[in-house]
Design a protein around this ligand. Sequence first.
Ligand SMILES: Cc1ncc(COP(=O)(O)O)c(C=O)c1O
Length: 484
Amino acid sequence: MKRSPHLLSVSEKVAGTVEDLIRRKLLKPGEKIPSLREMRIKSGASVTSILKAYTLLECRGIIEAKPKSGFFVSVPQCDPLPLPMVPAQKSAKEPYDELVLDSFIQATSNPQVVQLAESAPGAELLPTKHLFRLLRKTLSATTDKIFLFERPEGNLELRKQIAKRATLHGTSCSADEIIITSGGFESWNLCLRALTKPGDSVLVDVPTYFGVYEILKNLGLKAVEVPQSARQEIDFLKLKALLGQKKIAAGIFMPNFTKPYAPVMSDQFKADLVMLMAEHSVPIIEDDIYGDLHFNSLRSKALKSFDRTGLVLHCGSFSKTVSPGFRLSWVVNSKYQPELLRQKFLTSISAPTLQQHVMAEFLAQGGFDRHLRLVRAGLVMNMQRYVDCIEKYFPEGTRVYRPPVGPIMWVELPGGVSAVQVYRRALQKNIVVGAGPIFISNGSMDHLLRIPFSAALTKRIELALKSLGALILEELDASRGVST
Ligand SMILES: Cc1ncc(COP(=O)(O)O)c(C=O)c1O
């Protein structure tokens, strides 16, 4: 039973005020709530009562404290729209192969096309001013060395900075175990070339990034998919069975990436996964490109933190946080280091010298964590705007899954609408959107769209989402036999 307002303690009243602001969307997920001082002035309550109220809200998971920053509205782990149930794996009538690479390449190079598939952050989320300053400083202060090759393993200062950060996050490593690569795609390529030969089978946890299939295909490797099971990170029993039945050369896993219906892998699950793979002596290529883009207070651990046998090749990147155009990523592993280095040399000798130098300076100056906080806050804001837009323009029955990490949401289409069909028709309107079957090789997930929210919601993007919504409605009407 609700207590009458005048019987509530001061702290309960303050908590109620904050809850009310959140309920009325005047404070949005990820937004900072009034500081203790501001709230003292607004409410007249004492700092002690306000702190008690905030602690109460924190215990209920409504807000969260961030060290030295204050209190923020929690980002819900699941959406206020109903969390999708695991549906029948609806399959596309057409093979995914035809869909992907060409239209993606076309989209990236055609300014007429509205990108609703790209997950790299927009320039407004990048530390451009800081990078400009560092570039100018580097160009005016350094010697001719900046125009020469870097060593194949990469700039030492940069590797030291990456090792320092990784160790702080529980993945203890030294600069010697790191190779700097020219982007995440190159990291996968180097790892796969170091671990496999054509014809080998590689485990992939699905849905995955479409680039993984393209690279496997390119290297003559077979994808063996490890599916999700309902509400579980991946189907562990299926994985065990696959490891027992087949000779597997490696596995590619994305532990800190959001799947449509599963939570991000828990620490226990990560530990179990690493142990299981080690029992079968199968190396893991860990893609942790989104690990730093978590919306709750703590960074989720990497699989590498649980690695006791050296079998995890951890791939990190600055592409989604500092600059996609710098093309700077890295692989951490000592066991396969000589072969990785050989592959790096054969692919591109070394990553570009100038960018590595600038990135090392950027990290050494200590602004990265502050920048990450801004990117995360920007993404949370973008996510809310995209969700609002989808709720406004997409037909009833659409369901959105908001991720707790990374700049990508999954959208479940209503009543039998085919994502591939939507994809094709959107392309005719110069809109590129990721249809579910692109991210899984058996053509299933044809009821899902994958929509990144890394770019600010401009009028152009809003109009593209509006067109997409209209198109989905037409498809829905057609499937119900409604004439338009
Ligand atoms: C999960 C994932 N890993 C890796 C990459 C490749 O990143 P990069 O731009 O560094 O090549 C992407 C690109 O979007 C991605 O989504």
